[in-house]
Design a protein around this ligand. Sequence first.
Ligand code: SAM
Length: 278
Amino acid sequence: MLSYRHSFHAGNFADILKHIVAVEVLEHLTKKDKPFEYIDTHSGAGLFNFKSAHARKLEEHVNGIGKLKQVDYPELASYFKVIKSYNEAGKSNLYPGSPLLAKYFLRPQDRAWLFELHPEDFQYLCLNTSRQRKIKVTCSDGLKGMDALMPPASRRGFILIDPSYEVKTEYDEVVKAIVKAHKKFATGTYALWYPVVDRATINKMKNKFIRSGIKNIQCFELGVSPDSDEHGMTSSGMIVVNPPWGLFDKMTKLLPKLARTLGETDELIFQCDQLVEE
Ligand code: SAM
C-alpha cells in the first residue's frame, strides 16, 4: 500500500539537488543529435502546484526553491528556464517533477519511459505528459520496468531512480537493480536519489556500490542540518554512475553555495565524492 505523495514535498531542498543533476545529464545528452532514452522508475505526478492543499500543508518549497534567486545562480540558468517554461509569465506556482523536466529536453528522436505505481499520481502523470507517443507511461513497478528495457534500443540513456523508500528493503533493492541493469547496459547514466535519515544505512548503500565492480561513480550530497537521529531527513544525495563530463566540477562549486542558501545552520553541509574511479 503506497502512502507517499510527492505533492507534499515538491520543490524542497532534496528536489533541488535531484533536479539540478537531472537537468545537467539531460542537457548533456542533447549535445549530440543521436537519440537517447529517458527512463524514470519512480515518476510521481509530473507537475506540482504550490497552491494545492498538499503543498500548502508542509510548505517545503518555501525553504527550497522559494529561497533560490535566479539572479544569484547564473550557473542554473537551464534549471530555471525549464521551471519557467511550465509557468505563466510572472507566476511561479507550478513546479515540474522529473518527468516534465525530461519532457522539456526530449527531441523528436528521443523517447521516455515513465513508471508510477500510485494510481492517482499515475492518472496525473498521464494528463501532465499529454499522452505523447514518444512518452510511454506505465502503472507498474519501475525497477522491473527498467530491467525489461535494458539495454535501450538507442544505446544512449539516462535512468533516474527516485524511490520514496517507504520500505527499508528498498535501499538494498535499488543497488541490486542498478548493478543488474548495468550488466546489460554499461554505458548508460544512472542517477539514484537517496535521503539521509540514518547515516549508517547510506554508508552501507555506498559501500555496496564501491564493491559492485561498476566504475566511474560520483556522489553528491546536500544537507540543511547535521545528521541526526531525531529530525527525519537532514540531507539527501545523488549517486551517479557514468556522470557527464564536467558534472563533478560544476557540483564542486555549486554545492557549497547551495548549502549556504538552503542550510538551516552555520555549518555548510555538502559532499562531493568520486566514489569509484573511471
Ligand atoms: N521522481 C519524482 C520527481 O522528481 O518529481 C518524484 C518521485 S517520488 C519521490 C516517488 C514516487 O514513486 C511516488 O510517486 C510513488 O508513488 C512511486 N513509487 C513507489 N514505489 C514505486 C515502484 N515500485 N514503482 C514505480 N513507482 C513507485
